[in-house]
Design a protein. Structure first.
Length: 230
């Protein structure tokens, strides 16, 4: 099915394809024939351990994507970055970060309630999404765009007009004065990021109410971790 879609895209003269690749697909060799130009890693969190059993096995499956790609883009702030770097000898590497020193490192970062402002060199950027984790995602996308030769002016315009993704920090409009948000945070790491962002935004008079769940017949070990996060 995947190769059939690729053929349809080629006939439609599609220039770029962004493909989210699961660790299951990598472990089961379902994408072995796909020639990835650039592989991106924003994070590896506690997930899919019902299948991989250990975090080391999960990470090894993820790294298969990078060993076969023409260029690797990795978040240098990851606590296990050094191990990833050692595991990818000979792979063309680019890095981004917020805290560590890297090739794409923002300055003058301002986290506001509904957006994030930052600068890369002398160019000012505005992302209509709040939170540190959204800035990481923007830096990852910018890294790939620059590798592919997209002009910084086009990158700036694309970030400023990004409409967001349904189900990701999505505001539910209402007439009751409630700040209602929906997010697909389904791992301890993701839940930490979204709740930290919301908590930093709420006023002292607002109460934070959380409703979350974890899918059945999946990784049960993450449930108590998510409970502790909440």
């Amino acid at each position: 099915m995947l190769l059939k879609r690729f053929q349809q895209m080629k006939k439609a003269k599609v220039d770029w394809l962004v493909l989210e690749t699961t660790s299951h697909a990598l472990a089961q060799h379902r994408v072995w024939a796909v020639p990835y130009s650039v592989a991106v890693m924003t994070n590896i969190t506690h997930e899919h351990l019902d299948y991989h059993k250990t975090f080391a096995s999960y990470q090894a499956a993820k790294l298969k994507l990078f060993k076969g790609a023409g260029h690797a883009v990795v978040n240098k702030d990851l606590p296990y970055f050094d191990g990833i770097n050692r595991a990818l000898p000979g792979v063309h590497f680019s890095t981004f970060s917020i805290d560590a020193d890297s090739q794409l490192h923002p300055s003058r970062v301002k986290y506001l309630r509904e957006k994030t402002k930052f600068a890369i060199g002398h160019v000012e950027y505005e992302l209509p999404l709040p939170g540190k984790y959204n800035l990481y995602n923007a830096l990852a996308a910018m890294s790939v765009a620059l590798i592919e030769g997209i002009a910084p002016t086009d990158i700036k315009r694309a970030l400023a007009t990004f409409p967001g993704v349904p189900g990701r920090f999505e505001t539910i409009e209402n007439k009751r004065g409630i700040h209602a948000l929906v997010d697909f945070a389904h791992t301890p790491g993701a839940l930490t990021e979204i709740l930290t962002t919301i908590k930093s935004q709420k006023s002292k008079t607002e109460r934070l109410v959380i409703v979350f769940g974890a899918a059945a017949q999946r990784d049960e070990s993450k449930r108590p971790l998510m409970g502790r996060v909440a």
